[in-house]
Design a protein around this ligand. Structure first.
Ligand code: SAM
Length: 277
């Protein structure tokens, strides 16, 4: 018998064998499962012989769902929260429900398992001691570049989620903002048949991806190595912004020379950055 609580249950990100025995047990024993997409989760339930009632919880009804979930908990029943893949709340719905349920004094219990970015990080060979999870970048190119520019000075490993529709555009923007030499790992279709983890410098990685359209299909985690301490003082986001403004009007050498005067940085470094861009 489960203790009455909201159980936040991780499900697989591709390979069904990654479902934990505890996740199956909890989903079998709760009275209600709140799922991001009930039709999607019905297939998972069928596979594991789980016949618990499913209700939908997505970004448009999270607030209303709190009430019905709290009602269940108040009557001594247990509820599980799942998303389409991996851990709920991680670039997925659930935050509003978890916060609301806690605020009303009920227990929330994690049932951990897959998270796509942790799987990617664990196998990519980029630094793992400190990292930043950025989730999905904005869809619009201008907003995406702006966000990337804000991360230019970040020394921790950067982690992004990306869809097949935007993977090429995002990698191109990363190349433009971070420069050709920055190391990047693209983890595609993790735990699935066509799992690929490719690590290279940004320019080489883009070339590789462009030359094989299969590498643009599926689900992606993109990891970008943080800026190293030697590079850091030379090119900060502000300096690149100044350089970009000047490059729109002037040839690279003149832009670099003026940018050096305005920022106090070395012309040589700015000139190289101008060529990279
Ligand atoms: N909650 C999930 C988690 O725990 O990682 C993520 C949900 S988010 C809506 C879906 C995104 O996660 C995908 O667009 C992709 O960026 C990433 N993702 C999910 N499964 C993946 C996989 N098998 N391989 C690579 N990336 C994956």
């Amino acid at each position: 018998m489960l203790e009455p609580a909201l159980y936040v249950v991780a499900t697989p990100i591709g390979n069904l064998q990654d479902m934990t025995p505890r996740a199956v047990e909890v989903l079998q024993q709760v009275e209600l499962i709140a799922a991001e997409d009930t039709r999607h989760s019905a297939r998972l339930m069928a596979h594991f012989g789980i016949d618990t009632r499913l209700v939908s919880v997505h970004e448009h009804n999270e607030r209303q769902r709190i009430e019905s979930i709290v009602h269940q908990l108040a009557s001594g029943s247990s509820v599980a929260l799942i998303s389409d893949a991996g851990t709920p709340l991680i670039s997925d719905p659930g935050y509003v429900v978890v916060k609301g349920v806690r605020e009303q004094g009920y227990r929330v219990v994690p049932v951990p398992g897959c998270v796509a970015f942790v799987a990617a990080l664990s196998a990519a060979g980029l630094p793992t001691d400190r990292f930043v999870f950025e989730g999905f970048l904005p869809h619009k190119a201008s907003a995406r570049k702006q966000q990337l520019k804000g991360l230019l000075d970040e020394s921790r490993t950067l982690i992004f989620y990306e869809s097949p529709h935007r993977i090429l555009a995002s990698i191109k923007d990363m190349l433009e903002v971070f420069g050709a030499e920055r190391r990047v790992a693209v983890a595609r279709e993790l735990t699935k048949t066509y799992e690929t983890i490719h690590v290279d410098k940004l320019s080489a990685l883009l070339e590789w991806m462009e030359s094989d359209s299969n590498q643009q299909r599926g689900e992606f985690v993109v990891l970008v190595e943080g800026v190293s301490s030697e590079q850091k003082p030379e090119l900060d986001a502000r300096a690149l912004e100044v350089l970009d403004i000047l490059l729109a009007e002037l040839p690279a050498s003149q832009a670099a020379s003026l940018a050096a005067k305005l920022t106090g940085l070395k012309k040589k470094v700015l000139y190289q950055a101008a060529l990279d861009r």
